[in-house]
Design a protein around this ligand. Structure first.
Ligand code: TSJ
Length: 659
């Protein structure tokens, strides 16, 4: 367990102790005690109930509540789910469904609402019949959100009346449910308002605009016909209100994902159906790129490790494309079958299943395990893909040509790869000439700085601590791997020197235990060109060395923007707000130098500001949300210049990539 987390737990235990000591009021019966035990357990060990108490866990609270509104909408009783975040980061979620039941629960003797919000896992049990299809991965329920909120309020609009309960102090109802007013007789629905508890979410209680909006939009794509409304009252006028509703469901999702790419056929392949209570929806479209982008979901959760739904999709794609290719002479008798990779080249696909009893496997429990799903997806998608090819011969032809070309390129790539592998095996003792390696062989302390240009490389080489810091300068433009077939990638000198320096192999043969450095630090200028090089490097890592990102080995160095001098005092500012603070702090006449690039710093300055662990700030790169990263990559790499320019302007500091 990390030190941070331990501290956090001690802290919340202290808070809890205080609560317990001072809580001798009221008349608690047995069921109260049980309820308290449950919620206290949540507060004591929040990590057992939500992903974390970092920003990720904070957002989790919202999704937990939103899921309930989506369930009501998917059951056909609500049309709209609205999420509002205000200036104080208070969240309000509302649906226009039937309204939570306003009766008394027999077992607890309290209102159903109070029960839902105070009994662990009580949520689903109060519904009738209809199974919960959203959520499910963590599916911890509304009571966990309540336990982790400073306060939480529930309103139910029903028969012209507003029912109300407020909870405080880690989930205690302030008073029993009561009617607090009237509303329009026609109005119906449920509303939950809460403020995350800052003593639990010690890192931050500020919600991220992009995270909220992107997920709500994604939920609208995944649940066709449901209107998702997002209000962010922290934004300036005109940027506060967003509405998403997609009648076309995944069809529109794929169109959205491909919007900055060039499609090889216009109509999107779409299929939906259900069998044995399992709902299946699949959409896909090929673009002129070489990488597949396949996103899979179960019960609205992104199953990033794939699973049986993805296997079913792959099986059907393989089977149907090979059959069509044989039947229509795109494959000759002597030709081998197209491989699964050939069939997937340049495909953008979204697969979504809704399952009443999902089983998750894998390292991060994001791999769907239910075996029956494989055949169901394969049958439903296969039938409709076959039909699509029959009915659209021109589009079928474009797809067949793409897959057969992929097959030829794959064979060429295999040869090139073998060549690279043989060479890198030979070169293992001869690291790339440009690399200034470190002397330590203990990879757990070693760092490699990938530096843009020879002059910055020179400064870095002189400024570093050569015991554990290695420098690899890159010359010129990095190859755009998104626009190049594999064999070209492996021919590229810069890429080969990175691969040899890292020492861990690549793609399916990667072995991160062989990685020669614990930290791979990208150090580029803080300008648009630097940002472009960063993106090209990240694209390469993302496509060829993904595990090193996933395992947190990749960092971005933060060189300072300004050097501020007053008399003999020298200070550096890394951001504009920091600069403003420095101005205030130091006051008087300052000599301010704005750095335009790394090259303007001498070796000592570069060490002091950007490389010395005592002073530096490194941003760890994580690919949290493949879609966001992918959108980013496709915008950055696409042919369209305008969206890219706009994107760079808006996100000069990578705001939307979770790094
Ligand atoms: F809006 C919301 F997202 F904040 C939210 C909505 C939060 C929570 C915790 C619950 C709900 C919610 C619950 N919306 N709609 C419902 N529906 C019911 O609880 C309900 C109502 C009637 C019946 C019935 O069988 O008559 C069954 C259920 C499950």
């Amino acid at each position: 367990m990390s030190e941070e987390k331990e501290m956090m737990e001690e802290e919340s235990e202290a808070v809890l102790g205080e609560l317990l000591d001072t809580k001798v009021d009221h008349t608690y019966n047995d069921s109260d005690i049980q309820v308290l035990d449950g919620l206290e357990a949540v507060r004591k060990r929040p990590g057992m109930y939500i992903a974390s108490t970092s920003g990720k866990g904070l957002h989790h609270l919202v999704w937990e509540i939103v899921d309930n509104g989506i369930d009501e909408a998917m059951a056909g009783y609500a049309t709209t789910v609205t999420v509002t975040v205000d200036e104080e980061n208070i969240i309000t979620v509302e649906d226009d469904g039937r309204g939570m039941p306003t009766g008394i629960n027999e077992k607890t003797g309290k209102s159903t609402i109070e029960t839902i919000f105070t009994v662990l896992h009580a949520g689903g049990k109060f519904g009738g019949g209809a199974y919960k299809v959203s959520g499910g991965l963590h599916g911890v329920g509304a009571s966990v959100v309540n336990a982790l909120s400073e306060w939480l309020e529930v309103r139910v609009f029903h028969n012209g009346e507003i029912y109300f309960v407020r909870f405080e102090n880690g989930g205690h109802a302030v008073a029993p449910m009561k009617v607090i007013g009237k509303c329009d007789k026609e109005k119906h629905g449920s509303q939950v308002r809460f403020k995350a508890d800052p003593t639990i979410f010690t890192e931050t209680t500020v919600y991220d605009f992009d995270t909220l909006r992107n997920r709500l939009r994604q939920l609208a794509f995944l649940n066709k016909g449901i209107r998702m409304v997002f209000n962010d009252l922290r934004q300036e006028e005109g940027k506060r209100h967003y509405e998403y509703m997609f009648e076309g469901g995944l069809r529109e999702y794929v169109a959205y994902l491909n919007k900055n790419r060039t499609a090889v056929h216009q109509e999107i392949i779409y299929s939906e159906g259900h069998e044995k209570g399992i709902q299946v929806e699949v959409a896909c479209q090929y673009n002129d790129g070489y990488n597949p982008n396949v996103y899979t979901f179960c019960n609205n959760i992104n199953t990033v490790e794939g699973g049986t739904h993805e296997e079913g999709f792959r099986m059907a794609l393989n089977r149907v494309i090979n059959k069509y290719a044989r039947d229509n002479n795109f494959l000759k008798e002597k030709d081998d079958n197209l491989t699964s990779d050939d069939c997937k080249e340049g495909i953008t696909a979204v697969i979504s299943v809704k399952h009443p009893d999902p089983q998750y496997e894998g390292q991060t429990k994001t791999k769907l395990g239910n075996t029956e799903v494989r055949k169901i997806v394969s049958d439903i998608f296969g039938t409709q893909l076959e039909r699509f090819l029959m009915e659209n011969p021109d589009e079928a032809k474009a797809i067949m040509e793409k897959a057969t070309l992929a097959s030829q390129a794959r064979m060429a790539a295999k040869k090139a790869r073998e060549l690279t592998r043989r060479k890198s095996a030979l070169e293992i003792s001869s690291l790339p000439g440009k690399l200034s390696d470190c002397s330590s062989k203990d990879s757990s302390i070693c760092e490699i700085y990938i530096v843009e240009g020879d002059s910055a490389g020179g400064s870095a080489k002189q400024g570093r601590d050569s015991h554990y810091q290695a420098i690899l300068p890159l010359r010129g433009k990095i190859l755009n791997v998104e626009k190049a077939r594999q064999h070209r990638v492996f021919e590229n000198a810069e890429i080969r020197s990175m691969i040899t320096a890292f020492g861990c192999g690549f793609m399916d043969e990667i072995d991160t235990s062989k990685l020669r450095y614990n930290k791979i630090v990208i150090m580029t200028d803080a300008d648009v060109d630097g940002s472009h090089i960063r993106i090209l490097l990240l694209t390469f890592f993302y496509r060829y060395l993904k595990p090193i990102i996933e395992q947190g080995h990749v960092y971005i160095a933060q060189p300072p923007l300004y050097k501020v001098q007053k008399g003999i005092t020298v200070r550096y500012a890394y951001t504009e707000p920091q600069m403003d603070r420095l101005r205030e702090e130091l006051g008087g006449r300052l000599s301010i130098q704005r750095y335009k690039g790394l090259g303007e710093m001498n070796p000592e300055q570069l060490w002091e500001t950007t490389m010395d662990p005592k002073n530096r700030t490194l941003i760890r790169v994580s690919i949290d949300d493949a879609e966001r990263a992918d959108q980013y990559f496709s915008i950055m790499m696409g042919e369209e210049v305008e969206p890219r320019k706009n994107f760079i302007m808006e996100h000069a500091k990578f705001a939307t990539l979770d790094i």
